[in-house]
Design a protein around this ligand. Structure first.
Ligand SMILES: Nc1ccn([C@@H]2O[C@H](COP(=O)(O)OP(=O)(O)OP(=O)(O)O)[C@@H](O)[C@H]2O)c(=O)n1
Ligand SMILES: C[C@](O)(CO)[C@H](O)COP(=O)(O)O
Length: 254
């Protein structure tokens, strides 16, 4: 049987177990000075705890591996102990690396053997709804080796010749047809063996894990993302996240 026609472990087993790796080791430079981004408060609770709860909200996820700032593993462990999390879910904390890609690899290395499906979810996307998480898992269970949630773009996108100096005008090189573009979110879902192979093989710096699977020549599929799965990157994103959370709490009556 060729590599292409061989069913992925996830496809072969409808009862495949799912773990989530949460890279949370970034500094959050674009958010401005302060604690590492994942540990900053959103609605009075660290952003990381929201992200962990978002993964554990899926009944399919039975392990969450948090990849913590290298000097912050003890703090992250005590945060997980101090906050209410579902009993059905296990948690592991490992120290992260210099780049997001390194942190994801360290999380993958810590996974016990019984997990066949892996989600990779940014701690910086604390408000992803559980329906999005479940849609990603379902697409992997249906046999896709790599799945990303994504949204169509609201803005027109230009490719430019980057200026040597910030603020200098940049010549436009092309305008890719917007209808074919998608803004990609997390959690990204993978057949574990595929993601491990991608991390062992691809040495280029990429900005998402699915990009590494694309470099293996495999097809990555897109499922609908969600507006509330946006990444908290800059200060305005934190204002938006607080507003979304406040609306949820109002709707839930607490
Ligand atoms: N060495 C790194 C860098 C990033 N991340 C994680 O990758 C996710 C997405 O990264 P991003 O939003 O870019 O976070 P930062 O790298 O912290 O942001 P910045 O680039 O502004 O410093 C975040 O949850 C971040 O904690 C990580 O685990 N290890
Ligand atoms: C993985 C990601 O969230 C998908 O949009 C994104 O690429 C992370 O990018 P960053 O460079 O770490 O902000």
């Amino acid at each position: 049987m060729s590599d292409e026609s061989r069913p992925s472990p996830a496809q072969a087993s409808p009862t495949a177990r799912t773990a989530a790796v949460i890279p949370a080791a970034g500094r959050g430079v674009r958010l401005g000075p302060g604690a590492p981004k994942a540990l900053r408060a959103l609605g009075g609770t660290p952003m990381l705890i929201h992200a962990v709860r978002a993964m554990a909200a899926s009944r399919a996820v039975s392990l969450v591996v948090v990849v913590a700032p290298p000097d912050g593993t003890a703090e992250v462990k005590s945060l997980l102990d101090a906050h209410a999390l579902p009993e059905r879910t296990d948690f592991l904390v490992v120290p992260g690396g210099a780049e997001r890609q390194d942190s994801v690899k360290l999380g993958l290395d810590a996974l016990p053997p019984e997990y066949d499906i892996v989600l990779v979810h940014d701690a910086a996307r604390p408000l992803v709804p559980v329906d999005t998480v479940d849609a990603v898992i379902e697409a992997v269970r249906d046999g896709a080796p790599a799945v990303v949630p994504a949204l169509p773009l609201a803005d027109t996108v230009k490719e430019v010749e980057p200026a040597g100096t910030p603020g200098e005008p940049e010549p436009v090189v092309a305008t890719p047809p917007r209808a074919r573009l998608r803004a990609v979110q997390t959690p990204q879902g993978f057949d574990r063996a595929t993601l491990v192979r991608a991390h062992e093989t691809v040495t280029d710096q990429v900005t998402d894990d699915a990009g590494m699977v694309e470099q293996l020549g495999l097809t990555v599929v897109v499922v609908p993302g969600h507006e509330e799965a946006f990444k908290v990157t800059r200060p305005l994103d934190l204002v938006l996240a607080e507003a979304v959370l406040a609306r949820r709490r109002l709707n839930d009556g607490f």
